[in-house]
Ligand binder design. Sequence first.
Ligand code: PHE
Length: 473
Amino acid sequence: MNKISIHGEWSSKMAFILAATGSAVGLGNIWKFPYMAGQYGGGAFVIAYLLCIIILCLPVMMAEVMLGKRGRCSPINTMRNLVRETSQSKLWVLLGWSGALAGFLILSYYSVIAGWAMAYVPTLATGTFTEINNIPASEINDFVDSIFNSLIENPIELISWHTVFIIITMIMVAGGVKGGLEKAVNFMMPALFIVLLVLVGYAMSTPNFSEGFYFMFNFNFNDLLYLNCTETSCELSGEGLLAAMGQAFFSLSLGMGSIMVYGAYLPKDASVSKVTTAVVLADTLVAILAGLIIFPIVFSNGLEPGAGVGLVFKTLPIAFGQMPFGTLFGTLFFILLVLAALSSSISLVEPAVAWLIETGKFNRISASVTSGLLVWLAGLITVFSFNIWSEIKPLAGLNLFELLDYLTSNIMLPLGGLLIAIFVGWLMKKTVVAEELNSSIDSFIYYIWYFLLRYITPLGVGIVFLNAIGIFS
Ligand code: PHE
């Protein structure tokens, strides 16, 4: 299996790192990580998240890139090729299918949330939030709330932004691997990073920086395990741990084929361990920086860290409303957030698009249009779950958006990661794996990685799952 993918190849190792970082860094880091950390007790969530990244996700990421590099196709056909090569059961191809499905479901809501960020660009550019300086401090909270709520309660506006986002995503995907994507990421990642640093500088100047810092790095495991607390007692729950693991997989784009399909476009001689470590470091850094920006603003303005999905959309505008050049930085920030979301969204749909092309019945353009239409339609579920369907809660008190997010992040992605670990760790030939990694079998790094992948990752993911359904309580 030495062939090049029919879809093309990255022009260099660096291009892969940028594209994979583009996939990893997105709404997951800036929108989701802070609000989840806020909901699940701060420090405890952060440490669980970091542990999951190092122990579970880093090994899976190497394995997933390696699978793609070996199979050279969409995840569905990559698994088909590898099943043939290893003479394993055809059922393993389901891993590719579930990945394509997960990507599709995630993109359906990802696009709606990215639409919020798009909607905030004109809101900030017109200086709406500078109004904060003219109202009493006690009313700031209500002011930012009302702007956010009037957006999500308006289905027409949400649908419009969602439509724009899907169209841009599909144009980029239709452009192919090298075309627009590589170039966009090249400029975007450094720019996003710089704006984040400026914001950290602002957060450090707020009176409550240390409180925000403490909230994120104060490790209190009780917060994590004893979530269902009443005034008198706490019930053991692994829900927080499951959420941290789900977030780790989500943030690194793992377990669903995005990273696998990007691996399929990786030049043959690239060192998988080096490129993946770079991606993991960049992704983690951005998430931590986002937290360090958000929480000091939360505490300095008497907001609730557990405010949920609107957290970032309520805190950051306060900062932009008050800081010098805030209108400029604020507008720039939300533009960059949209770009970061775009570089993730293309990787969410690429597994399905690549597969459609491989069936021979589609070219890149018709494959992109078809997937785009389907995702757009599915996105309406999320749009309505914030307004006219907000009371529809089919399961466990979760509305439709929350259910989609829970199903994909907390179940499908870690399960995909678990299966990848088993397939690579136990079913593929060690020599083949080593060859694809460009590493000698007895090198130290390879040895540790293989050990983690075979034993620790499956065990870890398994324990978190069992813990969450209450087996250990
Ligand atoms: N990692 C992306 C983010 O953090 C989301 C994503 C998940 C992208 C799964 C691809 C696959 O926003």
